[in-house]
Design a protein around this ligand. Structure first.
Ligand SMILES: Cc1cc2nc3c(=O)[nH]c(=O)nc-3n(C[C@H](O)[C@H](O)[C@H](O)COP(=O)(O)O)c2cc1C
Length: 198
């Protein structure tokens, strides 16, 4: 299962989680970077928060890995003003994809990422969402968050193998249908031939 972890991280929390997830799942990592990030210091809240709320466009650096080349795409980022940071929003707009297995993770100071995750889910319509994880300041709470990240990965690994089993079952059922069709076809040919001979 080819898996990509795409993330944006301004201050390292999401990056911390993304690296653990990629390592546990054997996934590739794609870090998003924008040319127009807010300054560091207190101004970041005002400038970054306003950019997120207004849906301002981020100037994304060129990416070297593309979701369409992967079976599973896991997406993560920090909560900014309750919603997606511009870089992640821009990535979702510029690289829409469908019919992928996906999972989401978010980092925030409050522990409440529900609105940001809902936005992401809306943008991911047409994809299967296998799991989501909301982390509160992982760099401050490493032990607790690492355990939750590992649990999240175990859940995803379980979902991957269940999806594979279901795919094998579906293939088996489809093969049985073909066999039945061939049998019916043969039966009608033999019946027609026998009638002709009478
Ligand atoms: C511009 C800006 C806006 C933020 N807005 C929120 C917010 O609305 N709610 C919240 O809980 N945390 C907010 N935070 C805090 C970050 O979500 C939190 O520190 C997160 O762990 C940072 O992830 P990162 O280190 O990967 O950038 C904000 C941080 C910044 C820089």
């Amino acid at each position: 299962m080819k898996t990509l972890v795409v993330y944006y991280s301004f201050e390292g929390n999401t990056e911390y989680a993304a690296k653990i997830i990629a390592q546990k799942l054997g996934a590739d990592l794609l870090q998003l970077k924008a040319g127009n990030e807010p300054p560091s210091g207190l101004g970041k809240y005002l400038i970054g928060g306003r950019a997120a709320l207004k849906g301002e466009k981020a100037i994304l650096y060129r990416i070297n890995k593309h979701p369409e080349d992967y079976d599973v795409v896991i997406i993560g980022g920090p909560v900014w003003a309750g919603t997606l940071p511009p870089a992640l929003r821009e990535f979702m707009i510029q690289h829409p994809f469908e019919r992928k297995r996906t999972a989401l993770f978010a980092c925030s100071a409050s522990g409440n990422a529900s609105r940001m995750l809902d936005r992401l889910k809306t943008m991911l319509a047409g994809n299967e969402i296998l799991g989501e994880l909301s982390l509160k300041s992982p760099l401050k709470h490493k032990d607790k968050c690492t355990a939750r990240i590992e649990e999240f990965c175990d859940g995803l690994l379980g979902a991957f193998s269940m999806s594979e089993e279901a795919a094998v079952e579906r293939a088996g059922a489809a093969a049985e249908d073909v066999v039945k069709e061939v049998e019916n076809e043969l039966a009608s040919i033999v019946t027609a031939e026998l009638k002709k001979r009478k």
